[in-house]
Design a protein around this ligand. Sequence first.
Ligand code: DGY
Length: 323
Amino acid sequence: MAKPKVIVTRRWHPEVEQVLQERYDAQFNEDDHPMTAAELQDALRSADAVLPTVSDKVSAEVLGIDGIRARILGSNGVGFNHIDLDAAKAAGLTVTNTPEVLTDCTADLALALMLAVARRVGEGERHLRAGEWSGWRPTHMMGTSVSGKTLGLIGMGRIARAVARRAHRGFDMKIIYHDPFPPRAEDLEGLDALQAGSPEEVYAAADFVSLHCPGGKETYHLVGADAFRAMQPGAFLINTARGDVVDEAALVAALEAGEIAGAGLDVFEKEPAVTPALLEMENVVLLPHLGSATHETRKAMGMRVVENIDAFFGGETPRDKLV
Ligand code: DGY
């Protein structure tokens, strides 16, 4: 029997590509360019499985074509707001994602951003590399302590809880969170976490506000001008979730007005574009969507996609089926 044809939209971890090559009639994106809508549509018409990433916009328009051959979208990433699930379902496609395997890695990066922005790590490094450092002195580049402070989490899913564990156990931080779908009590064991009735309650209490809600229509600009006004002037915003949860123009205004002290961002509203004013601000740490970017995690994510499509083509329900 012929192997199913699989189109992979970007370069993946080499060991995963190797496995895909062995098990499938696999076509790779040799030069790793971002695929256009037309290229994604060609892929949907010519392959049995299309394997997109979180930067491919698989919208209702992309999916609204005749002659779709693909039966599964095996997405490489946990977030799925880049895929119109209703349109995918209507087109007869199964959609899967890659939960769990990137939880620790993304939580690590949220902590890295907290420390970097509060302790002025990026600014300090730029200062030293520019040859501006004149030596140790008691008032030089004082930052803000992280240990013992209050961490506010918007969303309390797996990644938020992994951040809370690190912050509470490693940095003795107090935890407050809001999630419309709160986790089970046993998932919060040992965190001494306070459940807030609203995001505003979190904003008012937190020294660090870390976002862990999904992207999409329901959370679009959840953190805007009102949210920044509700935060403490010394607070830092950390975003490793999705860029469009934050109104970037309102963030710039809040930083300029001193409504908050700084921000650590791994995701952006219109990424890869970044609001230019942010690039000029010393109290902002900016990373190019690196939450899951370790060799170990990217391999695990790719292998989770392989597991999902293997199950699908083996006639079973994939473990991470979304629709
Ligand atoms: C995801 O998986 O949703 C991240 O944003 C990329 O790892």
